[in-house]
Design a binder for this molecule. Structure first.
Ligand code: BES
Ligand code: MN
Ligand code: MN
Length: 457
């Protein structure tokens, strides 16, 4: 497979560039036509790769692209999941090249979606092309590529419930996560869950002159800041009563095992231009991201933020707040806990409203399943190293639903790097990772088939 991938490298990259040129931003309705166009592109690319029955499945939102290649119903079936939608590219002025005009610099592809997730999703399309063209596809494969991951996957959840027979498979394969580094491959075995909310603090019924009223009327921005500040204590613990009640305790043995993964705090700080890190007392940087829940303000606004100065005591203040959750915290329950607490700490001088957005449950996958062993062997073969199992801090809410709705485990075989700047300006993805990823995916199918057959005799 290696030779075929090397020979076709330039074409693979040229095709990925075409995909990256489509600004499929799901969050902003301005891009609607491009998101729809992107689904058609993905469908066409799956047909070209050799899939049968490629189709666009309409939903109440953006379409899901489905395709399959069934070589023998008696063989195991791998269901590939990925997303063709991307995050907004803002702020555009911080990009060194335009986000939807991909270029390669220093061996990296720069574009919105290069790593999350178009570049990673497209590896699967090219891996299947490679296997089919070389008469080496060892399993059945189904593709389910959605256009709403970055906005919560609501319609995919419904699609799962309504298409259980169509989606029948043995395992889900996803590349939408990271490895530790190109010298140290890893397999993701955990993702955090999410509760996302918007809060609104209302003071007076109109904006006021900050001299005429300032000091006598509660300023909703000041109040909101105080309320938010009170949500964490000086040790970085979240103060919402009951917040940690259900958090699964990770054993000392497991923490010791996690601590063996290579990590350099100085490099970590330097990469972010930080003189120090911050977080919950008693936990390492990796643990803070991997096994502990947290709460962050994602945006805060109100009053006057334009040019110059306007003296105003605003009527309203807003913030978007996310909580990252770990096993066994439950998204709806945590949202409710936040809402009750936030309303209870509001002073009488303001009104507070909490609006829940999307959520998702945390995931922890097995390291002893046949599919995990196959993924591990694929890394060993292609990277020459056994991948380290790692838990990551990000969320892919649909993964928990794959388990609860379809009864399927997921293999999180991502090839991104933390430095890829996903969701940030100058997102990029290594050409090395793209090509190596394609090869690792082809090796996964091979090992999965062998191990599955070995298990069933
Ligand atoms: N691919 C990411 C999730 C991710 C990134 C997991 C890196 C592990 C490592 C995904 O596209 C994403 O951004 N998810 C969102 C959640 C969603 C509901 C908007 C997230 O984690 O914020
Ligand atoms: Mn993603
Ligand atoms: Mn993302």
């Amino acid at each position: 497979m290696h030779d075929y991938i090397t020979k076709n490298k330039e074409r693979f990259l040229a095709e990925l560039f075409e995909l990256l040129r489509i600004p499929s931003v799901s969050a902003d309705p301005k891009f609607k036509q491009h998101v729809v166009e992107c689904a058609a592109f993905v469908k066409q690319s799956l047909i070209v790769a050799g899939c049968d029955n490629a189709e666009i499945c309409e939903t109440a939102g953006y379409p899901i692209v489905y395709a399959e290649k069934i070589i023998d119903p008696a063989l195991p079936t791998v269901l590939v999941y990925g997303h063709y939608d991307v995050q907004p590219a803002d702020p555009y002025e911080l990009w060194t090249s335009p986000p939807f005009e991909p270029v390669i610099k220093d061996g990296k592809i720069f574009a919105r979606g290069a790593s999350d997730d178009k570049g990673q999703m497209y590896m699967h399309v090219k891996a299947i092309e490679t296997l089919i063209t070389n008469n080496a596809l060892p399993c059945n494969v189904k593709f389910m590529i959605e256009g709403e991951e970055e906005v919560g996957s609501d319609n995919l959840g419904i699609f799962l419930k309504n298409n259980k027979a169509k989606l029948k498979a043995d395992v889900i394969l996803i590349s939408d996560t990271c490895i530790i580094s190109n010298d140290c491959p890893s397999l993701t075995v955990g993702l955090r869950g999410l509760s996302y909310l918007q809060v609104e603090v209302t003071g007076p019924n109109r904006d006021l002159h900050s001299g005429m009223y300032g000091g006598a009327v509660a300023n909703p921005i000041n109040v909101l800041c105080e309320m938010i500040a009170s949500l964490k204590d000086k040790d970085g613990h979240i103060t919402i009563p009951g917040f940690y009640d259900t958090v699964a305790i990770v054993s000392d043995e497991e923490r010791a095992e996690m601590a063996k993964a290579p990590f350099d705090l100085e490099d970590y700080k330097n990469a972010l231009d930080l003189s120090d890190v911050a977080g919950e007392k008693g936990y390492s940087t990796n643990e803070r991201v991997a096994i502990r829940p947290t709460l962050d303000v994602n945006g805060i606004w109100g009053g006057y933020t334009g040019e110059g100065a306007k003296t105003v005591l605003p009527s309203k203040a807003f913030a978007k707040i996310s909580m990252r959750l770990v096993p066994n915290q439950q998204s709806d329950a945590m949202t409710k806990l936040f809402q009750e607490h936030f309303e209870s700490i509001a002073p009488a001088s303001v009104k507070v409203a909490v609006h829940p957005h999307h959520g998702g449950e945390p995931v922890l996958t097995s390291t002893t399943s046949t599919a995990y062993k196959a993924a591990s062997k694929a890394f060993e073969e292609v990277w020459g190293k056994t991948p380290i199992p790692t838990r990551e801090g990000g969320s892919i809410p649909i993964v928990a639903l794959f388990k609860s709705e379809l009864g399927l485990d997921s293999i999180l075989m991502g090839f991104g790097l933390n430095e890829d700047a996903i969701h940030s300006p100058n997102e990029h993805y290594g050409v090395f990772n793209f090509l190596k990823g394609i090869e690792t995916i082809t090796a996964f199918y091979k090992h999965y088939r062998v191990l599955r057959v070995a298990c069933s005799v």
